[in-house]
Write a protein that binds this ligand. Structure first.
Ligand code: 7TS
Length: 406
């Protein structure tokens, strides 16, 4: 069992008042809050051993390099990657996806097909549209049903030997749907296609095992899992990372440079041109240690309790529609909903005055909103440091906003 009050005390921001009210932070899907230990690791780096990495013989440079590479090992271990060099540091999920899309430019042929799910964030749609446009490839969509679940029979029909790549998120940011990625990966492999899983929303809630999943690429951002912004990873199987050309040219990613010809460095440096986000990488490692110290099994149990409680409470509000799976075992601790006749933005604005942070709008997933023919939703996304008392405050606030607006 988690000691929530003890955990909350580790997050300085949570004891704040916002607009004169105790903060209720339910916008974890956008970014999580950071525990003191993660904040301290950034301060410690800049206070004690700030130096550029992989290039200096001096002591500070070696300390910084060791800490950065230590973080890579922690991440490798967390995701159970076979090799540490299969973990590429990027600025986050968006950059990781763009890196792979860029690499596939040299692999895709005209007429090849890419399959993307209907549940994607724009960052896992737009790079593939851009790639298809450049290469004359075709983008196909796995449709969803009214409960925000992918229709797997339709996926089966889309797969063929023309399919080169399949893209899907592990958990949908807009609806919280937990997608059947094991099945998606296996079926793609049966036709010889590679799979990239967007784990941005899954990693705060569960611990993926990339070898057990047998996934080709898995991407995520640190900032949704207690780490800082501006850092994330691309996990790629060695055979795939070996095939893809570098994404950015510059320092660190070369073996030799002459004006006639440049040869590239080995993995992971081939994809890590320029001075990286050193403190971010180190603090990402700290965040992973922190979350593992809380324990993903306990996080899952507690967050599910919040989801069940929150769903029941929100259903008490008259005129509410909740989007996403009815079966809560297929859903992360995200509740996306609307109140009849009221624009989500108006509710978000009023409850902000009451100290409550939620996201309203299309959540960078416009195709999902188009499917439901709505402008957006109110999204309450819970983390392991949230409480049932906060859910009560939130539901009362939505009721109050509804009264003011109707
Ligand atoms: N993929 C998914 C599933 C996401 O939820 C997000 C961010 C991204 C990719 C992009 O991540 P980034 O770290 O590169 O920006 N999602 C959200 C959200 O739901 N609200 O704000 C950001």
């Amino acid at each position: 069992m988690l000691d929530i009050q003890k955990i909350r005390a580790q997050f300085p921001i949570l004891s704040q008042k916002v607009n004169g009210k105790p903060l209720v932070y339910f916008d974890n899907g956008a970014t999580s809050q950071k525990p003191q230990i993660v904040i301290d690791s950034i301060v410690d780096y800049y206070s004690r051993y700030n130096a550029n990495i992989h290039r200096g013989v001096h002591t500070l440079s070696q300390l910084a390099t060791d800490a950065y590479e230590q973080a890579r090992l922690k991440i490798q271990n967390h995701f159970n990657a076979k090799e540490s060099y299969e973990i590429i540091f990027t600025s986050g999920t968006t950059e990781s996806i763009n890196l792979v899309a860029n690499g596939f430019e040299s692999i895709l042929q005209k007429g090849d097909e890419i399959i993307v799910s209907a549940l994607e964030h724009h960052s896992n749609i737009v790079p593939w549209q851009m790639l298809c446009e450049k290469k004359g490839a075709i983008l196909k969509i796995i449709p969803m049903n009214i409960q925000g679940e992918l229709i797997m029979e339709e996926y089966d029909k889309l797969l063929s030997t023309k399919t080169k790549l399949v893209l899907c998120n592990h958990i949908s940011n807009a609806l919280g749907t937990l997608n059947p990625i094991e099945e998606i990966i296996e079926k793609a492999h049966n036709v010889g296609a590679a799979v990239l899983i967007d784990g941005a929303q899954a990693c705060p809630h569960l611990k993926p095992d990339v070898q057990a999943l047998n996934v080709d690429f898995y991407v995520t951002s640190a900032h949704k899992m207690c780490g800082p912004t501006g850092i994330g990873i691309l996990y790629g199987k060695e055979e795939w990372l070996g095939k893809l050309p570098p994404y950015k040219g510059g320092g660190e990613m070369i073996a030799t440079v002459t004006f006639e010809k440049t040869t590239y460095a080995d993995l992971p440096h081939k994809f890590e041109a320029g001075t990286p986000n050193i403190s971010g990488g180190i603090a990402f490692g700290t965040a992973i240690d922190y979350m593992n110290s809380i324990g993903f099994d306990d996080i899952a149990v507690y967050e599910h309790e919040l989801l069940v409680y929150g769903t029941e409470k929100i259903k008490e509000i008259e005129g509410v529609t909740i989007y996403g799976p009815n079966d809560l075992s297929k859903k992360a601790s995200v509740i996306s909903f609307n109140v009849d006749g009221i624009h989500p933005y108006d509710i978000g604005t009023i409850i902000d005055k009451l100290g409550i942070a939620v996201r309203t709008g299309h959540h960078c997933a416009q195709p999902i909103m188009d499917f439901y023919k709505i402008p957006g939703t109110i999204r309450a996304s819970f983390a392991f440091y949230n409480t049932k008392e906060e859910i009560d405050i939130f539901v009362e606030a939505v009721k109050k906003a509804k009264m003011m607006l109707s």
